[in-house]
Ligand binder design. Sequence first.
Ligand code: ASP
Length: 342
Amino acid sequence: MKVKTFKTGLVILLTSACMSGVWAQKYVMVIHGGAGTILKSTMTPEKEKAYRAALSAALQKGYTALKAGKPSLDAVEAAIHVLEDSPLFNAGKGAVFTHDGRNEMDASIMNGKTLEAGAVAGVTTVRNPISAARAVMERSEHVMMVGQGAEKFAKEAGLTIVDPSYFRTEERWQGLQKAIKEDSTKSVLDHGSKKAVLLGIKNRDNKFGTVGAVALDKDGNLAAGTSTGGMTNKKYGRVGDAPIIGAGTYANNATAGISCTGWGEFYIRSVVAHDISALMEYRGLSVAEASKLVMDKVGKLGGDGGVIALDRKGNVAMPFNTEGMYRGTVTDDGKISVEIYK
Ligand code: ASP
């Protein structure tokens, strides 16, 4: 009789543990490579393979760092390097062109343990803008540096400086030519948008690829980072949400790490990343509930895109309101998963 009671109790315990998610898979890293009108019908098998391989390689790099006991900041930086160095994504090599035919990049990074943050905007010579953002955070008393000042700082910090032509890819260049030809006065978002189409701002060249990563290390510290070339045909020194702490990137050990991709102006106005964290901190929402609520808000305003978020317990959320989002996760036991479509 005693054994039976024990068994019954165990079954109840196991069932409720599973239902409450106690033994749910623990994620240690989540990344994105941009959201937009990403359709299987317009993707070639070769290209899809290349995207999946690049996302997996980035996750593997981040996971290796985490398994070696490195801090989450190292994992985020390492994963983003892989994506910045790949011409497939709109960050680092492969960044989109401004109206003037330049590649002006933005990036930011945040430490969830200390709430320290760093960002650069409008840089044209720093090979890995995410490292410049980290240098601003760790080696200066500032949070954000822009343009030539940021480039000078990055050089003095010993980062790899390249000729601006390094960032040029033919595909992005053709994207700009197309955008200029079709509409020389309106900026073309790097991701599709119904609202943009309504406004006459069309996504004619279908380019995607802002990148971001969030990691949770062995010590329970979160970090988040985002890197982008912004949007094709951008003018007047336009800066999006990616380098703005609280809009495109946020990390707080008390809540989650968040990185965004989408129509930057809406993400700035909705203060997306911090809003998700605040809903978790002040209203006790889960990472999934908070991310969904804030993405709904962005959608109602007319913005499109997605977010990735990872909380301090290893729960992940990746909502988006576009046709697709390049995204991937890795669990504590090293299982990598990559997804592209809805
Ligand atoms: N959020 C980026 C920006 O507006 C672009 C993107 O994520 O596609 O600069």
